[in-house]
Write a protein that binds this ligand. Structure first.
Ligand code: FAD
Length: 466
């Protein structure tokens, strides 16, 4: 029987990063993955393929809507959905192959099969061959699966999750998206750009409800301009399919009125649930919470001392980079180091266009906590860079402590803010004040100048260009 210092179950961004860091720190490491490709949800059916389709559909939209204003005449522009989806798949294939390469480079033994606990130091692997390995420590990184509402039957044809939405055989005529969160809005925008009518039905009274209220408002405004329809404060009560037609029944929570939508496709994007099926957690007595998430302490250790858990399968934001940080943290703890994650500094991003990005506390959270703060906001339309590209929607908002001027939150909507948010993370990591950012030189012309201007606005209201 092969024996390891660490076995990692699941090869998503949490699992493969944990495995690499363990190997870097000299531990003999095994990685177990039930699918034939590595990379988990993120690389196979999540972050990477969704961004590939967002990029392709964005190019198409630019060609039909925006080239002309730049003086580019292209004639009759068409898209080929099959080709678009094939390209997405090739991006995924290259990326997952890259993880295979990294496993080899770091001398990590990869097992394909379903891992389950035999006891606290032995893992059964049910694959082409059934075998058992021994591991001093195990890291559970089994991720998550799309969740649904109890009365919805996901048939994967007309009533679909994000996984199917990444490979539809045709552009829907009318796509109803249940859930106005990140995944629903990103995929809704893909099909809107390709010509579908899109209606987003959201239970809360705003989209992206976990982000700053100003971001929700701005993104809603832009989406409405793009002719996406919204039914906010609507609780879906039934989803029924009749042939190629799906009826979605919902109740307007504010008015108490029942409404109906007809669609040819319904994307159920109401969140994801921790995935522990088949792991046999009971065999070792690992505790889960009421939502099925593996319970861990601040060292991400389960109630069984040599078994840890990371990523989507535990509490916290379901984000690839959060899972990665946790993978690194556990590896370093196993090596006797004392790493730390500041969860307040894990950025959140929506890759629609304009993009939306956030780090730190929202204005709502600061109000609720009774923190005295100042706010500085700068609109993208006031930037030369934005006018040059034509991307004038959005803003940067910086929230800083009223007394100390320490930056407490950075919230953005606009072109390339998914990349820009790194400046907010860096500033907050080093506990910068808004004045610190305001005094840093930002290259001109860049979208990043909005960060400097928002910081100037937060410190004595002295932005230059507005
Ligand atoms: P996962 O990536 O889910 O990986 C878990 C792996 O474990 C899977 O490969 C699974 O097959 C394997 N596994 C499960 N059980 C077993 C078992 N018993 N034995 C062996 N293997 C097992 N996040 C971002 O940060 N940015 C984005 O842009 C983004 N976009 C997304 C878009 C979509 C459409 C979706 C669905 C998600 C997106 N996410 C994004 C979320 C991101 O994909 C997850 O947060 C991330 O994948 C979590 O990583 P993980 O390692 O915890 O688990």
């Amino acid at each position: 029987m092969s024996s390891y210092d660490v076995a990692v179950i699941g090869s998503g961004p949490g699992g493969y990063v944990a495995a690499i860091r363990c190997a870097q720190l000299g531990m003999k490491t095994a990685l177990i993955e039930k699918y034939s490709t590595l990379g988990g949800t993120c690389l196979n059916v999540g972050c990477i393929p969704s961004k590939a389709l967002l990029d392709s559909s964005h190019h198409y939209e630019d060609a039909i809507k925006h080239f002309e204003e730049h003086g580019i005449e292209v004639g009759d522009v068409k898209f080929n959905l099959e080709k678009m989806i094939a390209r997405k798949q090739s991006v995924v294939d290259v990326t997952t192959k890259g993880i295979e390469f990294l496993m080899g480079k770091n001398e990590i033994d990869v097992y394909q099969g379903v891992g389950s606990f035999k006891d606290a130091t032995h893992i059964d692997i049910a694959g082409e061959k059934n075998l058992t390995i021994e591991a001093k420590n195990t890291i559970i990184a089994t991720g998550s699966k799309p969740s649904t509402l109890p009365f919805i039957n996901i048939d994967k044809e007309r009533i679909i999750t994000s996984t199917e939405a990444l490979k539809l055989p045709e552009v829907p005529k009318h796509l109803v998206v249940i859930g106005g969160g990140v995944i629903g809005l990103e995929l809704g925008q893909v099909y809107k750009r390709l010509g579908a009518e899109v209606t987003v039905v959201e239970y809360m009274d705003r989209i992206i409800p976990t982000m700053d209220g100003a971001q929700s408002k701005e993104l809603l405004k832009v989406f409405k301009k793009q002719k996406v329809k919204f039914a906010l404060s609507h609780g879906v009560t039934a989803v029924e399919r009749d042939g190629d037609e799906v009826t979605i029944k919902a109740t307007n929570n504010k008015k108490g009125v029942d409404v109906e939508f007809k669609a040819d496709y319904v994307l159920v994007a109401v969140g994801r649930r921790a995935y522990t099926d088949g792991l046999k957690l009971d065999a070792v007595g690992i505790k889960t919470d009421e939502r099925g998430k593996v319970e861990v302490n601040e060292h991400l250790q389960t109630n069984v001392s040599n078994i840890y858990a990371i990523g989507d399968v535990i509490k916290g934001a379901m984000l690839a980079h959060k899972a990665e940080e946790e993978g690194t943290l556990v590896a370093e703890i196993l090596a006797g180091q004392k790493p730390h994650i500041d969860y307040n500094l894990i950025p959140g991003v929506v890759y629609t266009w304009p993009e939306v990005a956030s780090v730190g506390k929202t204005e709502e959270q600061l109000k609720e906590a009774g923190v005295a703060y100042k706010s500085g906001q700068f609109p993208m339309r006031a930037l030369g860079r934005s006018r040059a590209s034509g991307d004038t929607d959005g803003f940067v908002k910086i929230l800083a402590d009223k007394e100390t001027d320490e930056v407490l939150g950075v919230h953005m909507v606009g072109a390339r803010v998914a990349d820009l948010i790194a400046e907010g993370v860096t500033a907050m990591e080093f506990r910068a004040s808004a004045e610190d950012i305001a005094r840093m030189s930002h290259a001109h012309p860049t979208y990043a100048e909005a960060v400097k201007e928002a910081a100037l606005a937060a410190t004595e209201d002295r932005p230059i260009h507005i």
